[in-house]
Write a protein that binds this ligand. Structure first.
Ligand code: AMP
Ligand code: MG
Length: 399
């Protein structure tokens, strides 16, 4: 059955409409990088939870320095030890970064700005002000306050922040279960010796790597022949196992392109087949039950571009990413660019200090530029010419 070729924006909307938020799971904070929070997190404690020295030095009462030249050092407070004493007037205490400020002290003078003689402390710090070098209780986060909102991606920074509030487990949205089927009689696995007329199967590697940034490990990665029966059977075997089925290759109009037919054999509803874009024109998208099926054109750069442009937004929606995780920016082109009208172009690019540069090697079989691209530049369907300095939409290749 022939489908009408639709625009990129229509296709993207159809994908997003079909993607649904997945369930929630509790997970160790150590394993949660790349997941998103499924609930707002409120702090159970003040952080810091006590007034804390920010430096190695001496704790004292600022007012005392007006009265006297030297203070008696009455003790030492290592970090982690509760100071069960009060510092009397005209006294000081040896203190370290992270130590609790004892009662009777309101200021810390750094050790580089003092002289100590016979247990007497002389302060030589003209800049010293009351309260200096003390991190006040609750100055970062107050007990009961919203620490992170639902939908926040757990980055290394977020992980450290949450651990600092005492959490070792978080509730996150589940990651989708993904299966990858590569089709192509010509494909051989990397690691095997090269053979005449064969091609190394690279799409499962780029897809697997892109998925790993979301903490997703594919359930299966298989490689099969261009045979309608084999493809149909393989789709049937994997459909119920996954939330997203990615099939690479065999989705175009060649004599050996059986993927759309095989999906039809399995009862998958085709939502679109063919998009006005380059690369990736033959892109297929369908759905059965709650499983999304992407048939990606097999050319390696087309496969990965379609992943970033269509599958990644679907995954983000399924995993509850909030709007802040948008990776779209607008930058000036550093060179002019000419394209044909009628197709949206996705161009591998690199962000530089004064804008974005389209890379060489843009053909859909060429991965050499993708290897160091850090963005995809989206150029409008109807436009044919871009001049240096023209603002373009840039999709950063990060999640
Ligand atoms: P197809 O989409 O099946 O027409 O394939 C288009 C081009 O992509 C052909 O040159 C294929 O050999 C190549 N190709 C298909 N699948 C893969 C794959 N998994 N890895 C590398 N190249 C592929
Ligand atoms: Mg093929």
């Amino acid at each position: 059955m022939a489908y009408i070729m639709i625009s990129v924006s229509e296709a993207k909307n159809l994908v997003l409409e079909s993607a649904e938020l997945l369930g929630i799971q509790a997970i160790s904070l150590y394993d949660s990088t790349g997941f998103t929070l499924a609930e707002d997190i409120f702090s159970n404690i003040d952080v810091p939870s006590f007034n804390q020295s920010a430096m190695d030095g001496y704790g004292l009462k600022f007012e005392d320095l007006k009265e006297t030249k030297s203070l008696s050092i009455i003790g030492k407070i290592p970090a982690g030890v509760f100071p069960d004493f009060k510092v009397a007037p005209n006294s000081a205490v040896r203190i370290f970064t992270g130590s609790q400020i004892p009662e009777g002290c309101d200021t810390v003078v750094v050790q580089e700005k003092v002289t100590v003689n016979s247990n007497q402390l002389f302060v030589n710090d003209e800049q010293l002000k009351k309260g200096m070098n003390i991190r006040l209780k609750g100055s970062q986060t107050k007990k009961g306050n919203l620490a992170l909102k639902a939908g926040t991606k757990i980055t290394p920074g977020a992980s450290g922040f949450l651990a600092g509030l005492g959490f070792n487990e978080v509730k996150v949205f589940k990651t989708p279960k993904v299966c990858i089927i590569n089709t192509g009689k010509e494909l051989i696995k990397p690691g095997q010796s090269n053979e005449p007329s064969k091609v190394y199967e690279s799409n499962s590697y780029s897809l697997n790597a892109a998925l790993s940034e979301f903490n997703i490990k594919p359930q299966t990665i298989i490689c099969i022949d261009d045979d309608e029966g084999t493809i149909t059977e393989s789709i049937k075997n994997n459909l119920s196992e996954c939330d997203i089925l990615i099939i690479s290759g065999g989705v175009s109009v060649g004599d050996y392109d059986f993927v759309a037919k095989a999906l039809d054999n399995c009862g998958v509803k085709c939502i679109f087949h063919k998009v006005k874009q380059k690369p990736g024109k033959p892109l297929y998208f369908g759905k059965i039950n709650n499983t999304l099926i992407f048939g990606l054109p097999g050319n390696p750069a087309a496969t990965l571009t379609c992943f970033y442009e269509y599958i990644m937004p679907a995954i983000k929606k399924m995993m509850g990413y909030n709007a802040d995780s948008e990776t779209k920016v607008c930058l000036p082109l550093t060179t002019s660019f000419v394209k044909k009208a009628g197709l949206t172009f996705f161009i591998k690019g690199k962000v530089v200090s004064n804008g974005v540069t389209p890379l060489n090697a843009q053909e859909s079989y060429q991965m050499s530029s993708f290897a160091f691209a850090d963005c995809i530049i989206q150029l409008d369907e109807d436009r044919t010419e871009y001049s240096e300095g023209d603002l373009v939409e840039v999709h950063l290749l990060k999640i």
